[in-house]
Design a protein around this ligand. Structure first.
Ligand code: Y12
Ligand code: CO
Length: 171
């Protein structure tokens, strides 16, 4: 089922998500719905809070070398922890909760993380490139943070002005 994605400045996006404790049918349905929702909106990453569920759960599905987004490459991440970060990289990010806005964001280049899968099994992985960026972006959602909070003062001010205008136009 496709769920509604909440968008900035919905206050729910500021919530800190809670750890998943039940690896049951309800969690699996949430993950399946998140995948369907993300694909329908042409996204490559989505956190549960973006569909108004404050749980530490996120999905990432990067396109392969042929630009194909296949379920084989889907990662489902429950209760993630970033164990190590190093290096610096800048990437022009977008977010389904801040549609049609893209801006450069600086993040760690490489990360080492631990997380659980939908059955509750733990894995430890090292990521770099786009996966490291997407992982950090989605983990920020779980802390109630959006990429626009990483902008410079002037860029944020410009964004807020444009966003207010855009929202007013939609009413
Ligand atoms: C690098 C940086 C950030 C991430 C987080 C995941 N972000 C997304 O999946 C963003 C998707 C997105 C898709 C949009 O739709 C289209 O382009 C058709 C979009 O534009 C509109 O909604 C109009 C904005 C964001 C992962 C990796
Ligand atoms: Co996002």
């Amino acid at each position: 089922m496709i769920r509604e994605i909440i968008t900035y400045p919905n206050k729910l996006l500021k919530q800190t998500s809670k750890d998943v404790t039940q690896f049951d049918r309800e969690l699996h349905t949430l993950l399946d719905d998140m995948y369907e929702t993300m694909l329908a909106k042409n996204g490559i990453g989505l956190a549960a809070i973006q569909v108004a569920i404050p749980l530490n759960a996120l999905i990432i599905n990067l396109p392969d070398e042929e630009e194909q987004q296949t379920r084989e490459n889907l990662i489902e991440v429950i209760n993630p922890k970033i164990l190590e970060m190093d290096g610096n990289t800048v990437y022009t990010e977008g977010c389904l909760s801040v549609p049609e806005y893209y801006e450069d964001v600086q993040r760690a280049e490489r990360i080492k993380v631990s997380f659980l899968d939908r059955q509750g099994n733990e894995t430890i992985k090292e990521y770099d490139g786009l996966m490291a960026i997407a992982f950090q972006h989605e983990c920020d959602h779980l802390k109630g943070e959006l990429f626009i909070e990483k902008l410079s003062y002037l860029k944020r001010k410009k964004f807020e002005k444009e966003w207010k205008k855009k929202i007013r136009g939609k009413k």
